[in-house]
Design a binder for this molecule. Structure first.
Ligand SMILES: C[S@@+](CC[C@H](N)C(=O)[O-])C[C@H]1O[C@@H](n2cnc3c(N)ncnc32)[C@H](O)[C@@H]1O
Length: 264
């Protein structure tokens, strides 16, 4: 979809096919809005912020300044998790999403597993406001607890045990942030900055997940292009993992790690 088509679907609150099948002439007010949207785009703002929403695995997710825009790689992560969890016959799964942002991950999983309960943790109040609204819009708010906490505290404190722990943590090395494209720099640094080598969060999440998962539970992580080796090393150093597998994104790059907590 080109940017103008996307803007028109936002202004007219319709789908692309409705737009193409029933062309309409815009009111003066709507034309003014379209011009403003084009100006924001030219100034480097992401299309999704301008429209106020994006699609994630077919679900509408509202976004705006203060929250990361869900990416296609994360759809690959969620697809892999759904496939893996479907092998478990139980439906009443307990899932933890670390750094939940817009809530795209727990919302998609709650829609797939109708008896499941999700916990989404994030320290950003702005991100969680989007996450809570998105959960309501998608009809799953009653099965997701969104918690505003620094994960470094939350993971140490919680005594809950989960069937799956999922995270798409910040993984961009700090020094790279200033050279990111302007539209990406509009997104919160908190959602992008993975520390000096981009691996800061994994060093904490992988051992913490060993403690928080039930035996046989699933850990699923998205990681950056080129971080595969270091990530596999972290699993080996932590120990206690079975069936470590790496999945490629749609561009053929290794981007998702799955691992199962050993039974004992
Ligand atoms: C890469 S974004 C992922 C957002 C969402 N899960 C997704 O995939 O689109 C990482 C998220 O982690 C959150 N975050 C960063 N540092 C955190 C911390 N120390 N404690 C809690 N959340 C944190 C950010 O606010 C951001 O929403």
């Amino acid at each position: 979809m080109c940017d103008d088509e996307l803007f028109l679907t936002a202004i007219l609150n319709c789908s692309r096919s409705e737009l193409l099948l029933h062309p309409v002439s815009l009111t003066d007010e709507q034309t003014k809005r379209l011009d403003e949207m084009r100006q924001r785009l030219a100034a480097g703002e992401p299309v999704q912020y301008i429209c106020g929403f994006t699609e994630f695995i077919g679900h509408r997710i509202e976004v705006g300044p203060g929250v990361l825009i869900p990416r296609p790689e994360t759809e690959v992560l969620v697809d892999a998790v759904i496939k893996d969890l479907k092998a478990i016959v139980r439906q009443d799964l307990l899932v933890l999403d670390i750094g939940t942002g817009s809530g795209c991950i727990p919302i998609s999983l709650a829609k797939e597993f109708k008896l499941s309960r999700m916990t989404g943790v994030d320290m950003s109040a702005e991100a969680l406001a989007f996450a809570r609204r998105n959960a309501r819009l998608n009809g799953v708010a009653d099965r997701i607890d969104f918690i505003q906490k620094d994960i470094f505290w939350f993971l140490d404190e919680t005594d809950q045990r989960f069937d799956a722990v999922i995270s798409n943590p910040p993984y961009i090395p700090t020094a790279i942030l200033p050279s990111l494209p302007p539209d990406v720099r509009c997104e919160p640094a908190l959602a992008l900055d993975g520390g000096p080598d981009g691996l800061h969060f994994y060093r904490f999440i992988i051992p913490a997940a060993r403690r928080l998962l039930k035996p046989g539970g699933l850990l699923a992580l998205e990681f950056g292009d080129g971080q595969r080796k270091e990530l596999e090393n972290l699993f080996v150093i932590t120990g206690g993992w079975d069936k470590i597998s790496i999945i490629k994104d749609n561009a053929g790059k290794s981007r998702i790690a799955l691992a199962q907590k050993q039974d004992q």
